[in-house]
Design a protein around this ligand. Structure first.
Ligand SMILES: C[S@@+](CC[C@H](N)C(=O)[O-])C[C@H]1O[C@@H](n2cnc3c(N)ncnc32)[C@H](O)[C@@H]1O
Length: 382
């Protein structure tokens, strides 16, 4: 069976003859044989479909490595700290961090367990190649790591993980909500959207909490990322003490549900172009939605996490000292010189209106230990 046939059989086996967007996206992105993230094809960087902050330059990981160093040193007991990255893609970010630790604090590197939790076999392999010089543990799932290692004191990091989770989609209809679902149209030979009742109790619960924020505009679309909340639960439950650092594009509630976002935030990427038809080529494109940071933060607070800070990427990196990494240079060739390239990366990572503002950084903490993190404190003009 190919991916289209596999999705079709799910549709046929469903009594409604349709499946939720969640199920559709799960197959399109993570089907073990044909899903976008399972296929052995470059996704991140020039040869792929999209860039991420670590593909902009090593200064991203280098700067954050200083924050991690402070966090690891602040952990309450010396039970062998862990630095854990979820969904590390090509391994570029962790490579940048570990290279920097090796340079400035090799003993910390020696005593910290480095763990990569990555669902995609293709990305796991890329990470293993990239990080070959370091002692790293790989797991496909958090639960498998938990079985082997308890208790856990850790810094848990992710960049653009939550935006890659499948979501439910609902739409405002006559003062209430209906679910957007996917079916197969035999005549056109294409997938198409149909409507159904919202049946998942957790989606209903989410809508109940957010209903006053969602504009009363007919057809207004809301993506419900339950997996992001489930992910936060499971890591919080497994963590005895530590920090959770989550970077992604998205907004707090007040900026999320604005009338302009009436079509939702779901977008597809292929060869650095944006497409807005997620049904056209399942498995061949990345599909992503913006993160709703408010419910995510509150879910954390209800499950024993304290919010230490919510920053734009620009604020976070400047607090962490990225501007100290700017270097003066007299490169003859401002476009190809190493130093001018590095300075350009810094600019790109903190640029207002670009990556510096679209990306947000949430820092949460579990445990009653005292942690004064100088690298999170406000610096200079931000
Ligand atoms: C958009 S990519 C981001 C890659 C990388 N963090 C970066 O910034 O370049 C999302 C990554 O998360 C992985 N992923 C998705 N769901 C996951 C999960 N539940 N656990 C671990 N990794 C996951 C995907 O396989 C993919 O490698």
């Amino acid at each position: 069976l190919n991916l289209q046939e596999k999705i079709n059989s799910k549709i046929l086996n469903n009594p409604l003859r349709s499946i939720s967007y969640y199920e559709y996206m799960k197959s399109a992105l993570y089907d073990p044989d044909f899903g976008y993230y399972s296929r052995p094809v470059e996704k991140i960087g020039k040869q792929g479909d999209f860039y991420t902050s670590s593909s902009v330059g090593s200064v991203f990981g280098e700067t954050i490595s200083d924050v991690f160093m402070e966090m690891i040193q602040a952990l309450p007991d010396d039970i062998g700290p862990c630095l854990i990255e979820f969904g590390g893609g090509t391994g570029e970010f962790m490579y940048q961090v570990l290279q920097e630790w090796k340079r400035v604090n090799p003993s910390l590197l020696g005593k910290t367990k480095i763990v990569m939790i990555e669902k995609s076999p293709f990305h796991r392999q890329k990470q293993q190649e990239k990080l070959a010089g370091f002692a790293v543990l790989w797991y496909e799932e958090w639960e498998l790591f938990l079985k082997d290692h308890q208790p856990i004191q850790a810094v848990i990091f992710s960049n653009e993980l939550l935006d890659a989770f499948p979501v439910y989609i609902v739409e405002k209809c006559a003062g209430s909500f209906r679910e957007v679902r996917i079916t197969w149209n035999e005549k056109t030979g294409q997938f198409e959207e149909v409507y159904g009742d919202v049946s998942c109790p957790e989606v209903l619960d989410f809508l109940h909490k957010e209903q006053n924020q969602i504009p009363n505009i007919e057809g207004y679309r809301v993506e419900v990322n339950l997996d992001a909340l489930h992910w936060l639960h499971s890591i919080t439950d497994g963590l005895q003490a530590g920090f959770v650092v989550t970077i992604d594009y998205g907004f707090l509630r007040s900026d999320f549900f604005i009338p302009e976002r009436r079509k939702g935030s779901l977008l597809c990427y292929k060869s650095h172009q944006v497409f807005d038809d997620p049904l056209a080529d399942p498995g061949k494109m990345d599909m992503t939605t913006h993160v709703q940071f408010s419910p995510f933060m509150e879910e954390g607070e209800n499950h024993g996490l304290t919010t230490l800070g919510f920053y734009t990427q620009s604020e976070f990196l400047i607090n962490a000292g990225i501007l100290d990494k700017l270097q003066s240079h007299d490169d003859k060739d401002p476009f190809h010189g190493v130093l001018s390239k590095r300075n350009r990366s810094i600019r790109q990572l903190i640029m207002p209106g670009g990556m510096g503002e679209t990306f947000k950084v949430l820092v949460q903490k579990k445990g009653n230990f005292k942690a004064r993190l100088a690298k999170l404190e406000k610096k200079g003009w931000v």
